[in-house]
Design a protein. Structure first.
Length: 131
């Protein structure tokens, strides 16, 4: 894995720039944006600029914007990008689809978010109330 913007609070308004992956590496993604929980959360207005990912070998895409990524920007001069989000601006990367498995991937993500929401609800119920 490379650089991941993810959190239980929406991962928003971050700048990730001028990083170099100088050693040959591999993983699912070099740069990824999503939120950890809940389909209503959005990862908004993040900026990936000038990151050197040319030597990274990704198994999915070099840059990955999940379905809850909205109005993010990625500029680069190499690599592939998969964008499941809305309103993202991407330059300098080659677009890559999830060959044949996009529907299954989105379904799996929706199931993950539903499970995490259920776990949050259980956790909230189990906390003693402050009096």
């Amino acid at each position: 894995m490379g650089i991941l913007l993810e959190g239980t609070d929406p991962a928003s308004n971050n700048y990730v720039g001028q990083n170099q992956i100088l050693i040959l590496g591999s993983g699912a993604y070099a740069l990824r944006i999503n939120t950890f929980c809940c389909s209503g959360d959005k990862a908004v207005s993040n900026l990936f600029v000038g990151n050197n990912i040319a030597r990274f070998e990704s198994s999915v895409a070099d840059v990955f914007f999940d379905a809850n990524a909205e109005r993010n920007i990625s500029t680069g001069d190499s690599g592939t990008v998969t964008d499941l989000g809305t309103g993202n601006v991407i330059t300098g990367h080659t677009k890559k689809s999830l060959s044949g498995g996009l529907g299954q991937f989105k379904d799996a993500q929706a199931a993950k978010w539903a499970l995490l929401r259920a776990l949050r609800a259980i956790e909230a119920k189990s906390k003693p109330s402050a009096k």
